[in-house]
Design a protein around this ligand. Structure first.
Ligand SMILES: Nc1nc2c(ncn2[C@@H]2O[C@H](COP(=O)(O)OP(=O)(O)OP(=O)(O)O)[C@@H](O)[C@H]2O)c(=O)[nH]1
Length: 223
């Protein structure tokens, strides 16, 4: 590689992020929120895989291009899955906090990742991503189970909502920053957390004021 090529690469690091997890856990929605800052309510199953590309600038003027591989939830038994995972710098294991099964099945996804890692020179960072925290009141996956998984699998821990955007940018950019050894300060983290949103909820049968807080979430419901 010539000097100018390596300078180019230094100026714009390419990172492969792979999103894994059960169907309907919200992988496409997370990628769409991160890349296009949009959200669609309608579920459209990903067949095989989808690609997203996003260039971000991290503190210190460090440009990073994220290649986000959104793997369809039905590929768990597919022979192609190993190839999709291979060479990733980051694996995001995504589950739906309101769906216990989607959390339990992450073990199968993680096992595939571990098997691929055995044959790979690069060892990806693994991140556990609990999605749909806007539905905190319907949560079925206990936070201590989430944290236990992180500890056992040496994963970073993230709670996000593709729907509201809560902590989605922080999740992707935080992982990217970590990979290129950039430290985000408190102000940058707060800025990336992004959404402070209050939904008006009409609890007609329950007259008392409610407040629902999630860990690292800025969502609340007010009446
Ligand atoms: N309330 C809520 N719904 C969400 C959120 N993220 C995704 N959804 C919804 O969940 C459904 C599934 O989302 P997808 O992003 O298509 O799920 P997926 O994991 O890509 O699914 P596969 O393509 O089958 O692997 C859609 O109806 C989304 O609108 C979220 O943060 N909150």
């Amino acid at each position: 590689m010539s000097d100018s090529e390596s300078e180019d690469e230094g100026a714009n690091r390419q990172l492969k992020f792979v999103l894994l997890g059960d169907g309907a856990s919200g992988k496409t929605s997370l990628a769409t929120r991160f890349v296009h800052d949009s959200f669609g309510k309608q579920y459209k199953q990903t067949i095989g895989l989808d690609f997203f590309l996003k260039r971000i600038t991290l503190p210190g003027n460090i440009n990073v291009t994220l290649h986000v591989w959104d793997i369809g939830g039905q590929t768990i038994g597919s022979k192609m899955l190993d190839k999709y995972i291979y060479g990733a710098q980051a694996i995001l294991l995504v589950y739906d906090v309101t769906n216990q099964q989607s959390f339990e099945n992450l073990e199968n996804w993680h096992n595939v990742v571990k098997k691929v890692n055995e044959e790979s020179e690069t060892q990806p960072r693994v991140a556990l991503v609990g999605n749909k925290i806007d539905l905190e009141h319907m949560r079925t996956v206990k936070i201590d189970k989430h944290l236990q998984f992180c500890q056992e699998s040496h994963s970073s821990s993230h709670f996000v909502s593709a729907k509201t955007g809560d902590s989605v940018f922080l999740c992707f950019q935080g992982i990217a920053a970590n990979l290129v050894d950039v430290k985000l300060n408190r102000a940058e983290i707060e800025q990336l957390q992004n959404v402070v949103r209050a939904d008006i909820v009409n609890y007609s049968q329950e007259p008392e004021t409610r407040s629902v807080h999630s860990p690292r979430s800025s969502m609340c419901t007010i009446q």
